[in-house]
Each structure stands twice: as structure tokens, then as C-alpha cells.
Design a protein around this ligand. Structure first.
Ligand SMILES: *Cc1c(COP(=O)(O)O)cnc(C)c1O
Ligand code: SF4
Length: 340
């Protein structure tokens, strides 16, 4: 059964049998936005503590701040020259056009920024300033539209954005990062697809999903609409305790992406966002999972395991490493001498 509306309050979650309101939970909901779409309510089923439920249903554990956790865990602020732009690598910028999402993930690395009523979407003047920044820097080859979730913008807004980018010759690639094709597949309408493909720019879409249960037949249909229109897709996932930190869960997720014509791109180590310690694994656990994946599944199914180093230093691959001083390790773990 599909519920009609997105659940946005503890009361609505309680009515659906997905939360038991309590003072700590009220405190969590007052601090961090809540939204669970009908498709995700269905994917949660009767397992609030299952792999999908854990991602979207608020818990009191979010009130616990672990050492090192920060409101700006990957140091975006230090690299933001104008509102909405993060410019950390020479050839590409992030453009945060809006701060709303279709769902609010309990582990979100931008959780202090996203929400329906926190920061406003960029005003037209701010968007002009962001575009002028990009237009004035010929080294910017790629614009990565993120947020929030850019696919909650209307097709009209998206095509306006694309039209502005179209006028900047040196921008060759526009990449959108979104969860919408999985969590709200009905939003991927023909007019949204047309908004993305209507200019001459090459568009890529990166789908954020963390468990195979999110990749429903409806999600597959939404991704097929994008891919059939000529938009290549890649995936990004976050390694999350109790969601995908098992060999079976990671394998199923990566296989499902590839079956849907989505190339696994990144597996992110969970960032130090406030109140997310219960989701974080160690790097050693992540490396062991990646080593298992390499041994068992197709090369097409291999993402790169990356850590965004706190402080704004950027993303680095974090292994595992197969090369030692005078030897290499094979996929089943045996070492072989080889000059390096
Ligand atoms: C993650 C990120 C990017 C994109 O990095 P890729 O490795 O190209 O996917 C770009 N800019 C910033 C600031 C980022 O955090
Ligand atoms: S969709 Fe992305 S930006 Fe929005 S809450 Fe989830 S992780 Fe954060």
C-alpha cells in the first residue's frame, strides 16, 4: 500500500506506526528536518530499524555529539567564494541551488544546512553572482549541481539553470547529485528530463542510494527515463552501520546499480556530521568490505572508497591498497613478489 503524502512530522510518523514520540525524539525533530516519501515508507515496510528505516526515521541517538563531529564536516565554508558556490578543485565547482530535499537522511553531511525552512534557495541575484563567478573562470570545466537535492526544483527552474550554464562555453559538463530518482521516482517526469537535455551541454546524473531496497522497480523506471534520454548515470553511496556495512548488502547494492545501467562511482566513508556516530564504521571495516567486494564481484560493480578529509582538504581514496614495498596482493588475499 502506498501512503498518499510525504511524512514530515513525528505525528505523521506515529500515525504510520513508524515512530513513538518522546521528548528526545521531539528534540531531534525540532533540530533536524524530517521527510519520508511514500515510496520510502513502502520500502521501510514494518522494519523501522531495517536498512531503509534507519536512513530516514529520526532516533534519539542523533542527540549524541561525538568528538570531532562538526557542523561543517568537510570544510565547505572555507572554499565558498560566493553564495551557493564551493570551489575546492580547480576544474570544477559545486553549485548549491537549493537546500530542500525530497527526504532528509539522518546521516546527512550537510544536515546543519538542509531543510525546508532553513536557508532559502538562491535568489535570482545570488544565482547571477554564482554564474558570473563560473563565467569568469575558464578553468571551470564542470559544474556539479547539488544542494539540498536539485531534482526537487521544478523543471522550469532546472531549465532556467541549464540555459544560464549553456551560455558559458568553457563549462563542458553539468553533473547533478540527487536522491530523487530512487526516493521520489514520479518526479522524474518527461519535462524534468527535457529540462536537463534541452541544451547542448553534456549532463551526468549521480544517484545517491545506500541499499538495494531503495532501488525499486519505480526507481529503475525513473533512471531508465534519464538514461534513455542520453544521460549517463553513476552512483554514490555512504557506508553506514546497520544499513550496508555487510558484504551481502554492499554486493546486492552494487549489482543492482549495474543492472540498472548505473556505474558505481563512490562509496563515501561517513562524514563527521553532528549526531551521526551511530552510523560511522571504522576505515579498517570499510577497507575489509571493499576487499571482499573486489574478490567476489565484477569490476563494473566496484566503487572507489573515499574519505572527505575534515577541514576542507578534499576527497582521497582510502584503500584498501594492494601494493606493498616489493609485493602485490591478489583479489583472494595472497601476496606475490613484484618489483615496485
Ligand atoms: C565532492 C566534491 C566535488 C566532486 O568531486 P569528484 O571527485 O569530482 O566527484 C567537487 N567539489 C567539492 C567541493 C566536493 O566536495
Ligand atoms: S538527500 Fe542528500 S542533501 Fe538531502 S538530506 Fe539526504 S544526504 Fe543530505
Amino acid at each position: 500500500m502506498t501512503t498518499a503524502a510525504t511524512l514530515r512530522t513525528l505525528g505523521a510518523l506515529a500515525d504510520a506506526g513508524l515512530a513513538e514520540p518522546s521528548p528526545p525524539l521531539e528534540a531531534v525533530a525540532a533540530r533536524y528536518a524530517v521527510a519520508v516519501t511514500p515510496v520510502m515508507v513502502e520500502a521501510i515496510g514494518d522494519a523501522p530499524d531495517g536498512p531503509v528505516g534507519r536512513q530516514f526515521l529520526p532516533t534519539a541517538a542523533e542527540l549524541t555529539q561525538a568528538p570531532g563531529e562538526s557542523d561543517d564536516p568537510i570544510g565547505d565554508e572555507a572554499h565558498s567564494p560566493v553564495a551557493g558556490i564551493v570551489h575546492r578543485y580547480p576544474d570544477r565547482v559545486l553549485l548549491k541551488a537549493n537546500h530542500a530535499c525530497a527526504v532528509y537522511c539522518r546521516f546527512c553531511f550537510r544536515r546543519e544546512m538542509v531543510g525546508p525552512d532553513g536557508v532559502r534557495p538562491l535568489s535570482s541575484a545570488q544565482l547571477d553572482a554564482a554564474m558570473a563567478y563560473v563565467a569568469g573562470r575558464p578553468e571551470i570545466w564542470e559544474v556539479i549541481v547539488t544542494g539540498g537535492d536539485p531534482f526537487v526544483l521544478s523543471p522550469r527552474r532546472l531549465s532556467g539553470l541549464m540555459a544560464r550554464l549553456e551560455r558559458i562555453d568553457h563549462v563542458k559538463v553539468v553533473r547533478f547529485h540527487t536522491r530523487v530518482p530512487a526516493v521520489a521516482p514520479d518526479r522524474v517526469t518527461p519535462s524534468l528530463v527535457k529540462a536537463l537535455t534541452g541544451t547542448g551541454k553534456t549532463v551526468w546524473v549521480a544517484l545517491h542510494a545506500n541499499h538495494a531496497d531503495e532501488l525499486t522497480p519505480a526507481a529503475e523506471g525513473a533512471c531508465a527515463r534519464l538514461i534513455d534520454a542520453g544521460i549517463p548515470m553513476v552512483s554514490q553511496s555512504v557506508l553506514l552501520r546497520g544499513v550496508n556495512d555487510s558484504p551481502a548488502a554492499l554486493e546486492a547494492l552494487m549489482r543492482r546499480f549495474v543492472e540498472m545501467r548505473i556505474k558505481p562511482y563512490y562509496l563515501h566513508h561517513a562524514d563527521m556530521a553532528p549526531g551521526t556516530g551511530h552510523f560511522r564504521t571504522t576505515l579498517a571495516e570499510g577497507q575489509a568490505l571493499m576487499r571482499g567486494l573486489r574478490g567476489r564481484v565484477s569490476g563494473l560493480c566496484q566503487p572507489t572508497y573515499v574519505l572527505d578529509i575534515p577541514g576542507g582538504f578534499g576527497k582521497s581514496p582510502v584503500g584498501p591498497c594492494y601494493v606493498g614495498e616489493d609485493r602485490v596482493t591478489d583479489p583472494s588475499g595472497r601476496e606475490h613478489r613484484y618489483p615496485t
